[in-house]
Design a protein around this ligand. Structure first.
Ligand code: TRP
Length: 364
């Protein structure tokens, strides 16, 4: 398809506030893509229905966090004038699409989905997997295809979901005709951003591990968290040579620092390589590096925090943005569902040819 529109769809489960891992892994990129002007449409979804697939007993948690995620979105610079922000459950066409896609996927294929496998283990679901949870990769395919998205900017943990989506698109198009669009995943290009470790050095920032820096954290909290960050356990005295690999503070600097930060805060070093070199050699203390990281993070977080404070003054306005976004998303999804049902020939009342042919069969 030449002249194909460039459309983004992505989103997050509202199970908590968003943190720096979300920020470097996806949010920051979304804002850049939004402001690049290269996309015809951008849909950002708060995936409450997906969050309920493993929080069925705690809808209040999901309900509370919808606003938190919306505030995080708006404060990082997602702009409702350029991007449609919406709530998944308010677009029922997604459920309808899911139902039809379920016929195109086998149980064994779902069981092989690495993300589902890992999550089943993490949640001790082995013996009692909710069907809705098991099915969420198919529902995610519905989210993406309902908007005919071409581009899905997400973290690498979502790769298996995108694979599953592409398979569904191919199967659908083969079976019913060319309607759906195969999406491409867009991963962060900086390695440190692919998976930002927690402040304790564990592989991933995660609320349950208590190792997150949240976008909504106060400057004081950010400082405290950075000052107690995991570094190189063998770097005890300042004079000791240190390791930068696996050293969380340096991983964060890989993700966040830019040459201008050095000119401003650490003019003795030209860039991150020079700082790393000194650390390896010995003679550079953790506290100095951590203070630098605090300054670097503040450059990024202070404007986000300020915007959040403004937004918090008018919460009803935030809900209005979500409502309008959800209405717009509904219209787009309804249009795609119409194409899907036409292709599947489940459009009985709009199909005059069907009615005529059936009449002829009965000799009229
Ligand atoms: N699975 C994503 C997460 O856990 C959320 C999500 C739901 C999503 N549907 C999506 C992301 C569609 C991208 C595209 O955060």
């Amino acid at each position: 398809m030449e002249n194909q529109k460039k459309i983004i769809l992505t989103g997050d489960r509202p199970t908590g506030k968003l943190h720096l891992g979300h920020y470097v892994g996806s949010l920051k990129r979304r804002v850049e893509l939004q402001n690049s002007g290269e996309y015809d449409k951008i849909f950002i979804m708060i995936a409450d229905a997906q969050a309920l697939t493993d929080n069925a007993d705690n809808p209040e948690k999901v309900r509370q966090n919808i606003l938190e995620v919306a505030l995080d979105y708006l404060s990082v610079g997602l702009d409702p004038a350029k991007s449609t922000l919406f709530i998944q459950s308010q677009v029922p066409q997604l459920c309808e699409l899911t139902t039809y896609y379920m016929n195109l996927v086998t149980v064994s294929r779902l069981q092989r989905n690495p993300t589902v496998k890992a999550e089943i283990q993490m949640r001790n679901f082995e013996a009692s997997i909710p069907v809705g949870f098991f099915n969420y990769p198919i529902s995610q395919a519905a989210d993406i295809t309902a908007f005919l998205a071409t581009t899905v900017p997400v973290g690498e943990d979502q790769l298996p979901m995108l694979e599953q989506t592409k398979e569904i698109v191919r199967k659908f198009n083969q079976t019913y005709g060319d309607v759906l669009v195969e999406p491409d995943i867009l991963l962060p290009d900086n390695k440190a951003c692919l998976r930002l470790p927690g402040t304790d050095g564990k592989a991933k920032m995660s609320k349950s591990l208590g190792n997150c820096i949240y976008l909504s954290d106060s400057a004081k909290d950010v400082r405290t968290k950075v000052m107690s960050m995991y570094t190189d356990p063998d770097h005890i005295r300042v004079s000791d040579p240190g390791k930068v690999e696996g050293n969380t503070v340096f991983t964060y600097l890989d993700a966040f620092s830019r040459p201008e930060h050095f000119a401003k805060y650490l003019p003795d070093y030209e860039n991150l390589d020079a700082l790393k070199e000194h650390y390896r050699r010995g003679g550079l203390g953790d506290v100095k590096v951590k203070k630098f990281l605090v300054a670097v993070l503040e450059e990024e977080l202070a404007p986000i925090r300020a915007r959040r404070q403004e937004l918090e003054k008018d919460i009803p306005a935030v809900y209005r943005i979500l409502k309008e976004g959800s209405e717009a998303a509904y219209r787009t999804a309804a249009e795609t569902l119409r194409l899907v049902k036409n292709a599947m020939k489940i459009n009985y009342f709009e199909d005059e040819e069907l009615i005529r042919a059936q009449s002829e069969k009965y000799g009229k």
